[in-house]
Design a protein around this ligand. Structure first.
Ligand SMILES: NC(=O)c1ccc[n+]([C@@H]2O[C@H](COP(=O)([O-])OP(=O)(O)OC[C@H]3O[C@@H](n4cnc5c(N)ncnc54)[C@H](O)[C@@H]3O)[C@@H](O)[C@H]2O)c1
Length: 423
């Protein structure tokens, strides 16, 4: 009998979620095997570095790799617990794409042994953990699984969604409360024991399906509330009222807390996860679907606004500030700012000077356009007729009044709201 249930942990998928999780587990004394199909990521992680920009991650990573507590590989090896953190995007038609989760489950099946715990962390449609348990059970008929032998199975299966905020991942991994859903009670209990190794936050134990839905409900809640703010912003624009004044005043009401509008909603999670609910019951998920439509519509609305304003200049030079999906990160996934710049480039609205301090060069989708240039803030502000704020990076907030005094401004995030009278 082993003294501890978890000596060795394996994290499958070493991205924004998996890599910090692997590093933190290793820093707690576990022997950690990180698995990724990306050879470059594996190679870099084994040098103690990372492809991800996340405060303090490199420091922790260097320590645990040097101490041989974490190593990255491309093929799973035996471990006591497997944490799956691979991508769960949607297909072009917005239906869930679970191919990475399925591939990860297939890849660990051969190395599973009696007593192991498998935890799915990837955001997933309700019922995925149960379906994956069935899939692995078919691949390993020599082992029992919770659906066939509840609370007595060889393999324990649980679902535990991640709530981390990029940019604050290491702190939030430890401090956040979590929902832990076992396929049976024993799996849920064991998963809680596992998260106690590094989590200070409250662990609420529930079923796997409930935990799956909790994550989807959380992100749909954000999407719906952002849609409300974005809808207000479009109405205010039509009525010639400053939406940021409206929101600041309305939020003085003790029971009102309106979010800030932006150029749309981006990132790997919020624009994607509501589709997992809509896909499950399209006729009933009406508010959630409408929110998606409003948020996507806001991006087109900003493009139209830039097109109109640029049309007032003969050969417009347009500074576009930010490509990331939110302030002070390098993450461009599903970024509305990026979509806006791509659209403006394809419509040839003017000379586009793109400023994004968190990356070193234009992303592939913007290379090859001769109307698009990667620019410094200084050059962009010096040359532009029209300045469009797409992301509220702290660096952009530090711009001095005199630098933009002569410019037309479209500020989609309210970063310069006190300068609105310049517009
Ligand atoms: N990024 C976030 O802030 C965040 C927050 C909460 C939840 N999530 C969810 O967590 C999951 C992972 O997201 P992420 O942001 O870490 O993704 P990511 O794209 O940053 O990383 C995923 C990693 O998995 C690897 N991978 C893909 N298929 C694999 C396989 N079969 N075997 C091994 N590795 C494989 C990829 O190469 C990549 O390195 C998603 O379901 C996401 O929705 C993400």
């Amino acid at each position: 009998m082993k003294s501890k249930p978890f000596d060795t942990a394996s994290v499958i998928g070493l991205g924004y979620v998996g890599l910090p999780t692997a590093a933190v587990l290793a820093s707690r004394g576990l022997s950690v095997i990180g698995v990724d199909i990306n050879a470059k990521a594996v190679e870099i992680i084994n040098t103690g570095a990372s492809l991800i920009v996340e405060p303090d991650l490199d420091v922790v990573l260097q320590g645990v790799v040097a101490a041989k507590r974490l190593r990255a590989v491309m093929t799973p090896e035996p471990a006591d617990v497997f944490v799956i953190a691979v991508p769960t995007p949607v297909h072009k038609d917005n239906r869930p794409d679970l191919s990475a989760v399925e591939a990860a489950m297939r890849s660990i099946a051969p190395v599973l042994k009696k007593g192991d715990l498998v935890i799915l962390e990837s955001t997933s449609p309700v019922g995925t953990t149960a379906r994956m348990s069935e899939l692995v059970a078919q691949l390993r008929p020599d082992l029992t699984f919770p659906q066939h032998a509840p609370n007595q199975s060889d393999i324990r299966m649980a679902y535990c969604p991640e709530r981390i905020l990029p940019g604050q991942t290491l702190r939030e991994l430890i401090d956040n409360s979590r929902t832990v859903g076992g396929l049976d009670t024993v799996s849920g209990d064991l998963a809680c024991e596992f998260y106690r190794i590094f989590t200070k936050g409250h662990l609420s134990k529930t079923t796997a399906s409930t935990a799956e839905f909790v994550k989807l409900a959380e992100n749909s809640y954000r999407d719906v509330n952002l849609a409300f703010a974005n809808e207000l912003s479009m109405l205010c624009d039509r009525l010639d009222v400053d939406v940021f004044d409206v929101i600041a005043a309305a939020n003085l009401h003790p029971r009102v807390d309106i979010l800030r509008p932006g150029p749309g909603v981006g990132g790997h999670c919020i624009p994607v996860d509501p589709w997992f609910i809509i896909d499950a019951w399209p006729e009933k998920a009406r508010i959630i679907r409408t929110a998606r439509e409003v948020n996507e519509g806001k991006t087109g609305f900003v493009v139209e606004k830039v097109r109109q304003r640029a049309g007032r200049f003969k050969d417009p030079v347009i500074a576009l500030l930010g490509l990331a999906y939110k302030p002070d990160v390098d993450d461009l996934r599903e970024s509305p700012a990026l979509h806006i710049v791509e659209q403006l480039a394809s419509e040839n609205v003017g000379q586009l000077l793109v400023v994004e301090p968190f990356i070193d060069e234009l992303p592939p989708s913007l290379r090859g356009w001769n109307n698009v240039r990667f620019s410094t803030m200084k050059t962009a502000l010096a040359e532009a007729d029209l300045v469009v704020v797409l992301v509220g990076h702290a660096e952009f907030a530090r711009v001095k009044d005199k630098e933009i005094a002569e410019k037309a401004i479209i500020d989609t995030v309210g970063l310069w709201r006190f300068r609105k009278d310049l517009d």
